[in-house]
Write a protein that binds this ligand. Structure first.
Ligand code: SF4
Length: 324
């Protein structure tokens, strides 16, 4: 029997190349080996989101991109966190076994307090408890995480361990699947690719839009003239070539260092390769978009399947806690 993976993602709307090369491709490949549950964590988003006007659209666009990129709703359960209300029930029950000082010492809580001093809400401090409920409700055994998320997972393990110790075994302790998510720099060359920096390329962009975005990218500042030798190791266009032109990276690096290739030519090559790499995605997205209510139906089916597991877990939890 395959182990169960649980992973949650904030709704971030249309996905960009950074999302695609990191999280999405990883989730697609995990489907081969694991029984995967992928959750759009809309309740978590509320801890930092004060304006929810675009929330539904962001969920829809993100899920559509994920489906077009290869998340298979026949293999995996894909659903929205708030569509399975049992998660808030388990969050409340877990909050009774989680010492407050465990939560107050979480580094990301302290960071969030600094980032949004005007909105230090209860949800921020309880975030790791809700995250634990997300995983435990579906008895997630494996959680793909980057190194920076390991402390959160360790806290989740402590919470379920404490529950199991106090009331009897119900939950597996989730194991980290440490994943090296590539750091994809944005077109500004200074920050991680992100919508908030407007330094991204959406994966659904047309070839012309990709070209226009790539042409705006910052490259090696030492190359002021075509004849200046370049330093590909500090150029974000070169780092994208590693993903989209893998069989020619040595040649590009060498040509850049000897000024045999100009940045315009180098960017055009990259844009063409991104566009051709993403062509199957664009075609699939167009086909899915033509199917009325496709995303809504996938999410409804995902919620039904997730809720069946959730109800069983909550019944077990309540029995152990003598609430039934
Ligand atoms: Fe970057 Fe390519 Fe220009 Fe070299 S030639 S600096 S790798 S864009």
């Amino acid at each position: 029997m395959k182990k169960r993976v649980f992973s949650g993602f904030r709704p971030t709307g249309k996905q960009h190349i950074g999302n695609y090369l990191g999280t999405i491709q990883n989730c697609v490949s995990l489907q081969q080996e694991y029984d995967c549950i992928y959750c759009v964590v809309d309740i978590h988003a509320l801890t930092t989101l004060e304006n929810t006007t675009e929330l539904q659209e962001d969920i829809h666009e993100m899920v559509l991109d994920w489906l077009a990129a290869g998340i298979d709703p026949e293999k995996s359960i894909l659903f929205v966190q708030s569509h399975v209300p049992q998660v808030t029930e388990l969050h409340t029950l877990f909050s009774m076994v989680t010492p407050l000082n465990w939560l107050l010492r979480v580094p990301t809580f302290k960071e969030k307090v600094k980032m949004q001093p005007q909105n230090v809400n209860y949800g921020l401090v309880g975030y790791p408890v809700l995250m634990t409920a997300d995983i435990a409700l579906y008895k997630g055994e494996v959680v793909p995480v980057g190194e920076d998320q390991l402390p959160h997972l360790e806290l989740a393990r402590e919470i379920v361990r404490r529950f199991n110790h106090l009331f009897g075994p119900v939950f597996p302790e989730p194991q980290a699947k440490l994943t090296q998510f590539p750091l994809i720099m944005g077109l500004d060359g200074a920050n991680k690719m992100s919508k908030s920096y407007n330094n991204h390329i959406e994966i659904a962009s047309s070839p012309q839009q990709i070209l226009e975005r790539v042409m705006t990218a910052v490259t090696d500042p030492a190359r002021r003239y075509r004849s200046d030798p370049g330093h590909p190791e500090i150029c974000n266009i070169f780092s994208l070539h590693k993903f989209f032109t893998p069989d020619r990276v040595d040649e590009i690096a060498s040509d850049c260092r000897r000024a045999k290739i100009g940045c315009v030519e180098c960017k055009k090559l990259l844009a063409a390769n991104i566009a051709s790499n993403l062509e199957p995605f664009r075609e699939k997205k167009a086909a899915l978009t033509a199917t009325p209510n496709y995303v809504t139906e996938v999410l409804a089916d995902g919620a039904t399947r997730a809720e069946a597991i959730a109800k069983e877990t909550i019944r077990e939890v309540k029995q152990k806690m003598k609430l039934l």
